[in-house]
Design a protein around this ligand. Structure first.
Ligand SMILES: C[S@@+](CC[C@H](N)C(=O)[O-])C[C@H]1O[C@@H](n2cnc3c(N)ncnc32)[C@H](O)[C@@H]1O
Length: 268
């Protein structure tokens, strides 16, 4: 089954990946993600200009760069658990777009359960494809609440949600999907390693992705947001037409069909 927002070939996320794949990966993050954010926020009147934005779990920084250039916040702080290779980001910006990194775009590291930003110092916290990997979503949501000023906004996106067809994040290798709901984690890990003779770096990246999945559902995400004190303002669910394997008939149809979510919340 074709998926409308399937992300580009994952080899493009590796510095050692083929240049064409790296370019597609970079441009998808730089252009398509900000466009999706713009579409989701349409009609809200939300304007990033002059705002202090945090991109939590910014990955390689390409989305942060795209958001910075498209929406022109005053500053944007991209945070990751490990150092972002800013030099590599700058190289790709130069090579694929012919631009320099803008002033106001900064990167730093954070801890899994703490964000190094003072209370109420952010106008907007965004997080793209991160919350399905966060070990303790309730605590991180409380951190987001803490760093937002009153009235400040949080935008987050998750795709694919764990219980949906591509929820393993291994869709490049399992085009039919559902493998993670039909095999134990150990079986799937072993099969993935043995069956697909991947480049070592790519295998490591994919297994880190898979192992970090917290299996959060839409309902659990809602609870985490509300528990932090944030108010939910807008939601978009992505629901897919699926052929339900008989072995999965007992699982929640809401979970099986809901492959993604975008959500806007606000600090009171
Ligand atoms: C699938 S990647 C997405 C990266 C980037 N947002 C993107 O879309 O390209 C998920 C990222 O979430 C980060 N992450 C996981 N838990 C986190 C936490 N508690 N705080 C900040 N980042 C976290 C991981 O380090 C990883 O880089």
């Amino acid at each position: 089954m074709e998926l409308s927002d399937q992300r580009p070939e994952v080899a493009g996320r590796l510095k050692s990946g083929p240049e064409e794949a790296r370019k597609r990966w970079f441009l998808d993050h730089y252009e398509s993600v900000p466009r999706e954010i713009e579409q989701f926020l349409a009609g809200t009147g939300i304007d990033f200009r002059g705002k202090r934005v945090v991109d939590l779990g910014c990955g390689d920084g390409s989305i942060a760069l795209g958001v910075m250039n498209k929406f022109k916040p005053a500053d944007l702080l991209g945070l990751e658990l490990e150092h972002v290779d800013v030099e590599y980001l700058a190289q790709r910006a130069k090579k694929f777009l012919g631009i320099e990194l803008p002033g106001g775009l900064r990167f730093g590291t954070c801890e899994p359960e703490s964000i190094p930003v003072a209370n109420a110092m952010s106008d907007l916290v965004m997080s793209w494809s991160v919350f399905e990997h966060v070990a303790n979503p309730v605590v991180v949501m409380q951190e987001i609440h803490r760093i937002l000023r009153p009235g400040g906004l949080m935008f987050l996106q998750i795709w694919p949600l764990y219980h949906s067809q591509r929820g393993s994040h291994l869709w490049n290798w399992y085009p039919d999907g559902w493998e993670h709901l039909q095999k134990s984690s150990n079986e799937l890990r072993t099969e993935f390693i043995e069956k697909f003779e991947l480049d070592e770096a790519l295998q490591k990246e994919m297994l880190v992705d898979y192992d970090s999945l917290n299996r959060i559902t839409v309902d659990q995400l809602q609870k985490a947001i509300l528990a932090s004190g944030l108010i939910i303002r807008r939601v978009e669910l992505q629901s897919d037409l699926i052929d339900v394997p008989e072995s999965l008939n007992h699982l929640s149809l809401n979970d099986l069909t809901t492959s993604g979510i975008k959500i806007l919340a606000q600090r009171k």
